[in-house]
Ligand binder design. Structure first.
Ligand code: CP
Ligand code: NVA
Length: 309
């Protein structure tokens, strides 16, 4: 049987995403105030090992997957691709075959989504997407957990995204389809999200609105989300930064959202660019919960991938 890969949220589907979120919430509550490295009482991944491959920088993804494995009773191996044989020409396929004999699951962060698809094709253990140029599904699992924790049900949720049509937005749009919520995207012409993600989310029952008007995007939004204006590996440059200026999430823009609206950002933030200090440091901001929830959400992704959910 094929291993359960988690390259995009759709690989799991809406029911499994909901089951993972429930599991994450219950596990988080069960270990509240425990030392962070103590395994959960049932240690469900005892004896299991996750290998992580990084082709790009990371703070949250690296630490949260390592802590997730510790809390599940297992362990993790972290590798930079530059120090692996992969970095000097060993093929993705052979790397997949070898790691599949040695570890129980593989997480990779890579520039090229085709590479994770190739890895998953040849791996006989689950492959998990720790960010590609196309998507960032583990981030969105943490984001959905953060929203639910604040008492906001996902179906019918009104969410706004400001800025670049990037990898994080693609997974958020995918989530809108699977969990039936509305996402209004405010961004400059030429930086729209991928049309395929938009079409699939609409077909699945999500509402996706694209606008160039930042105020229109945030009107009535219960959650306002942004991310860096230029992602890792994007050519970007000054033209891209200039085009993004009208979409900065500042106090004036937040004032146009629904009363009590939350601010979210996957981090790292470029303070003074896509978000002002006044917003990210305000009571509306849940970015630190969001970061912590990477651990809790990914524990459930790992359990799903290893067929425990
Ligand atoms: N949000 C996120 O993926 O952070 P890192 O790049 O630090 O892993
Ligand atoms: N869109 C950003 C997310 C970083 C976690 C990037 O790809 O650089």
């Amino acid at each position: 049987m094929m291993a359960r890969h988690f390259l995009n949220l759709t690989d799991a589907g809406g029911d499994a995403v909901a089951a993972m979120l429930n599991d994450a919430l219950a596990r988080k509550q069960a270990r509240a105030a425990w030392p962070k490295g103590r395994p959960d009482a049932d240690a469900p991944l005892a004896g299991r090992v996750l290998a992580m491959i990084f082709e790009k920088n990371s703070t949250r993804t690296r630490v949260s997957f390592d802590m997730a494995m510790r809390q599940l009773g297992g362990s993790a191996i972290v590798m930079e691709s530059g120090s692996m044989q992969l970095g000097r020409g060993e093929t993705v396929a052979d790397t997949a075959r070898v790691l599949s004999r040695m570890v129980d699951a593989i997480m990779i962060r890579t520039d090229d989504h085709a590479k994770i698809e190739e890895l998953a094709h040849y791996a006989t253990v689950p492959v998990i997407n720790g960010l590609t140029d196309q998507s960032h599904p583990c981030q969105i699992m943490a984001d959905l957990l953060t929203v639910i924790e604040r008492g906001l049900p996902l179906p019918g949720l009104q969410m706004a995204w400001l800025g670049d049509g990037n990898n994080v937005l693609h997974s958020l749009i995918e989530a809108a389809g699977l969990m039936k919520f509305t996402i209004r995207v405010g961004g400059p012409q030429g930086y729209e999200p991928d049309a395929g993600f938009v079409a699939r989310a609409r077909a699945a029952g999500g509402e996706v609105v694209l606008t160039n008007d930042a105020q229109e995007a945030v009107r009535g939004a219960q959650v306002v989300v942004t991310d860096c204006w230029v992602s890792m590996g994007q050519a970007g440059g000054e033209a891209q930064v200039a085009a993004m200026q009208p979409y900065q999430v500042n106090a004036a823009l937040m004032a146009g959202a629904a009363p009590g609206a939350l601010f979210m950002h996957c981090l790292p933030a470029h303070r003074g660019e896509e978000v002002t200090d006044a917003v990210i440091d305000s009571a509306a901001s849940v970015v630190w919960d969001e970061a912590e929830n990477r651990i809790h959400a990914q524990k459930s992704v790992l359990r799903w991938a290893l067929e425990q959910l």
